[in-house]
Design a protein around this ligand. Sequence first.
Ligand code: 5AD
Ligand code: SF4
Length: 471
Amino acid sequence: MERTQVIIPPQALERQRDFTARIAAHNAQAGKTPLALVETFGCQQNVADSQRIMGMLRDMGCAFTEDPRRADLIVINTCAIRENAEKRVYGTLGQLTHTKAENPEQIICLCGCMAQQPSVADKVRQSYRHVDLVFGPQALWKFPELLYGVYTQRRRIFSIDDEPGTIAEGLPVVRESSIKAWVSIMYGCNNFCSYCIVPYVRGRERSREAKDILAEVRELVEAGYKDITLLGQNVNSYGKDLPEPMDFADLLAAIDEIPGDYYIRFMTSHPKDATEKLFDTMARCKHVARQLHLPVQSGNSRVLRAMNRGYTREKYLEKLRCARSVMPDLVLTSDIIIGFPGETEAEAMDTVSLVEEVRYDALFTFIYSPRPGTPAAKLPDPATREEKQVWFDKLLEAQNRISAEIHQSYVGKTLRVLVDGESGDARWPLQSRTEGGRLVHLTGDKSAIGSFVQAKILDSNTWALFGEIEP
Ligand code: 5AD
Ligand code: SF4
């Protein structure tokens, strides 16, 4: 893909701002502040996308509500990674038939990864006739024009062309926190893991220019943000498509030069592209949190090959040894799929043994869900759901024990944490995170929110640490 085809030209973005202004003028003239609701399913990339959609809606003169009955406009940002996520979206869409029946002027939009799939669009076209606008992640930057079309042409609009993908800089944003922020550094995925729908719905890998990322991070740090997460489906292939080559480690080192008191995190790293240079850079950089989310998916090399992951169990473990040799205190998390088609019990137990060997701080665990259109969905899948559930429970049991043991070892220690909000827990009302991203509930006053404090750890369980702020 030519770079010129990837970057949306400024005039095209200006045109979108023009549609935004027209909608805003219409609202102002009618003396109306429409209420919008943006509901997000799925990963952090979707959260970041929703913040852009909210930015556009704000510029159109909207205010926000959580109540679907009061909303003039509803945007459902969807996830397609597993069938369950899709079912929840259909459930939500079903409920919206009632809100639309009460308020026929209500506009309902469906976007995100599910919307990009032609089969979903067909189903919505036929069976969810109350949905006015459907657009995929590739069309996000055109939201003002699409919405303007819905308003003025009074017809349903579907924008789900299968494009390799673009980069739109400078879209407006509503950030929901003043402490934590997400910064997309690249979009799309070229890996085609055999179970995964993402490359089909989010297009090819494309990296933002480093200067644009640096400017965004600098602006966030200057505005007082303390915890910034760089996002991409595979951040380790950052820069491969840039005219001036720069790899992810170089980008981290460049960001680290920005002065201030803040942490930089990133997700997700693909093990096949994680390098010694990356680990050395993480270890050396002052602002880069010693936290690594390195999804292994399986602990069995045959299954890894069938998943098209590009590494073996041994290679993965070797990478971790390398990372831990330069960062002994590294906080490590992973994603795991149990029950990939054809996986045997012995192979699933290899995953449990890998988890025992690595001793992750936490895991995100999933039972395999066939995604139509992916190669794995065509494979024979003889194991039953019940068998897979038994293997899954064994994995959870192992990880819960390990997480509890690791957490217990923190009791009595004092850690530097960033207080980022309220926990909702009466006994430990504040919520905070360590450098490694571990959750710590604290006693103390709300005035600490937004600052780094020293926390003495008094108790722990499988999911969190509990402590008090040291004076
Ligand atoms: N079934 C189950 N889990 C999946 N993931 C991706 N695709 C599937 C699927 N078809 C998991 C992987 C990935 C995480 C975001 O979701 O573990 O890392
Ligand atoms: Fe999906 Fe694999 Fe790409 Fe992750 S790296 S988004 S699992 S295809």
